[in-house]
Ligand binder design. Sequence first.
Ligand SMILES: *Cc1c(COP(=O)(O)O)cnc(C)c1O
Length: 219
Amino acid sequence: MSVEEQLNDVLSRIQDSETHYGREAGSVALVAVSKTFDAEDIRPAINAGQRIFGENRVQEAQGKWPELKAETPDLELHLIGPLQSNKAADAVALFDVIETIDREKIARAIATEITRQGKPVRLYVQVNTGLEPQKAGIVPDETVAFVTLCRNEIGIPVEGLMCIPPADENPGPHFALLAKLAERCGLDKLSMGMSGDFETAVQFGATSVRVGSAIFGTR
Ligand SMILES: *Cc1c(COP(=O)(O)O)cnc(C)c1O
């Protein structure tokens, strides 16, 4: 299948899941994850109407998105990979949404750049729901305090929470935990679900799903 066909297939599966799980039609946004793919692989998805994309590396994204954004100004680019504070300026300049805020140092660096560049960037806090040592994200027990710190002390608005469940576990309990933490924080946006589990994520309240290989093919 072409990228356009696979994109439409994913979109119709999202719609079916919304109906099946009693979610409002159109309440789940698709973030098309284009990491490792070139501008020429991504253009068919843009031409088919997709506007929200996700990348996991700042430097890789800098090599393709300035050109694609110039061609199609209403694109929305999400950073979904780990962020180092020395990349904060570049990340704020290029991305519209940063989904991987997970520690005070990064939150402060992003806050400084948002002010310095005068660029509004929407932010999500990444939660390490599986307590995996190799994975980024704040631990669940510290999430409410961290979101409060971001809001009240650092002065950045947090829009929602994001998680990547352990690859070898049933994702449902992780999605449920993220939803519960978001509710405690007074947040209503949940970025969760990938190619293998986005329908389950819709069931548990995802407001955006991040889908790569089901659209662009295996990496
Ligand atoms: C790569 C990636 C995705 C997409 O994964 P697929 O299994 O290809 O759909 C989603 N979220 C994050 C954080 C990723 O790095």
